[in-house]
Design a protein around this ligand. Structure first.
Ligand SMILES: Nc1ncnc2c1ncn2[C@@H]1O[C@H](COP(=O)(O)OP(=O)(O)OP(=O)(O)O)[C@@H](O)[C@H]1O
Ligand SMILES: [Mg+2]
Length: 392
């Protein structure tokens, strides 16, 4: 994320499907539930009092069980579905009142959508398929082919413009869909389960592609997913929906540490925490095993610590020494420096836990965690690692 400006904000948005939304809205205001309203009136509450903001340049993932309102939500954002109540602001401008022409303009320039299964035209080449959105918008052929070719290159299909859809794999076809959405160079990309139909390996690859595209182009992406691993991998923040409500919004780590309710907790149960937590999140503060070496040696506790961590005046890690048999009163800085283990494995506080498991498991000492500038921030022992990984 490069910017923290809100690009899209929605406030108190509702969507009731049915003939008498007013009746349903009244019942909602009086505290009726989605199920009660459906039983009594046959109306379906798709989205219920949703308010949130999406920041410029982030990947914002919307998650939830089937029927929780994800697709309805994302279609409300570009008004493919009209909200029953509430406001939707794009760059601070309310778009709920826009007429058809202005709305079309918003969809062309600001928000493109990629769907789960993308309908490619079988008789049109890959280039023509990618250019199709522009063709509908009336862009002339030379210009639309140029932009389509550029978009195909962005998704790794630059060489395939002349092929036909049936000659492409499912993953490649989905890339054509992504390229079509990119031809508009939209500020916001809306993706509704865009990768769900893909094989796991291709899906993983496409996730990587999306992360890359987002980094390079600083595009804002709103991505719907069923899949928690996917949400965690690509999402800067995740919104969790249940029965039309947004029950929690936060970074994967925030949600995992502090789930709003049982539903959210169940979602995160069994999740691989090593993919969410960073070394700095699990590092333990040390007591008695950091040794400041500024000319003299400050007291350390060799009875309770097997290893000591040498820090200079500005808390930068200078080395690790075995403490067994060492007496603080009878040692000096030179001696300590000579006793250092030859090589030591420090990890950075922003390393993902999954990437440091091996190091921690193989090191003979609790692995020191440092900031990028070298400042010591704690250690991770094998016990600590196991404790972290056994979160259920
Ligand atoms: N056009 C519609 N008419 C009536 N009810 C609808 C309509 N579209 C959606 N709904 C209802 O709104 C609720 C939310 O549906 P939505 O499609 O948004 O869920 P979803 O979270 O996208 O589910 P899935 O994961 O299965 O795609 C459901 O109860 C659904 O039946
Ligand atoms: Mg859906």
């Amino acid at each position: 994320m490069t910017d923290t400006t809100d690009i899209l904000s929605i406030r108190n948005v509702y969507k009731v499907f049915g003939e008498q939304p007013d009746t349903a809205m009244q019942m909602l205001r009086n505290g009726a539930t989605k199920d009660e309203i459906f039983e009594k009136t046959g109306q379906t509450v798709g989205v219920f009092d949703a308010s949130f903001s999406v920041k410029k340049g982030e990947i914002f993932v919307i998650m939830g069980l089937s029927g929780s309102g994800k697709s309805t939500m994302v279609r409300l954002l570009n008004r493919l579905i009209e909200p029953t109540a509430g406001t939707i602001e794009l760059n601070g401008k309310d778009i709920t009142g826009l007429g058809d022409a202005d709305l079309l303009d918003v969809r062309r320039k600001e928000m493109s959508m990629v769907f789960q299964s993308f309908a490619l035209m079988p008789h049109m080449s890959v280039l023509e398929n990618a250019a199709f959105g522009l063709e509908i918008s009336g862009v002339d052929k030379k210009e639309r082919n140029r932009r389509a070719q550029e978009a195909l290159e962005q998704v790794g299909l630059g060489e395939h413009g002349a092929s036909y859809p049936h000659q492409l794999s499912g993953g490649m076809q989905q890339r054509v869909g992504l390229a079509r959405a990119l031809t508009n160079d939209p500020t916001i990309l809306l993706m509704d389960e865009a990768f769900s139909a893909l094989d796991p390996l291709i899906r993983y690859e496409m996730q990587g592609e999306l992360i890359r595209l987002q980094k390079e182009q600083e595009r804002t992406i709103i991505f719907i997913s069923h899949d928690l691993d996917e949400a965690i991998r690509i999402g800067d923040r995740i919104a969790i929906m249940e029965g039309g409500r947004v029950v929690q919004i936060g970074t994967p780590e925030e949600i995992m540490r502090n789930p709003a309710d049982d539903y959210v907790e169940t979602f995160f149960k069994g999740v691989d925490v090593s993919k969410i937590l960073k070394a700095g999140d699990v590092a333990c503060p040390t007591s008695g095993c950091t040794i400041r070496i500024n000319g003299s040696v400050q007291p350390f506790d060799s009875a309770n610590n097997d290893f000591g961590y040498l820090l200079d005046n500005s808390d930068k890690l200078q080395g690790i020494v075995p403490l067994t048999g060492l007496d603080a009163a009878q040692t000096n800085v030179d001696h300590l420096m000579q006793q250092r283990v030859d090589q030591h494995a420090a990890v950075y506080s922003d390393d993902m836990v999954k990437d440091i498991v091996k190091k921690v498991a193989n090191a003979e000492y609790p692995v020191p965690v440092i900031e990028r500038n070298g400042t010591f921030c704690g250690v991770i022992s094998k016990d600590r690692l196991l404790q972290t990984l056994s979160h259920t």
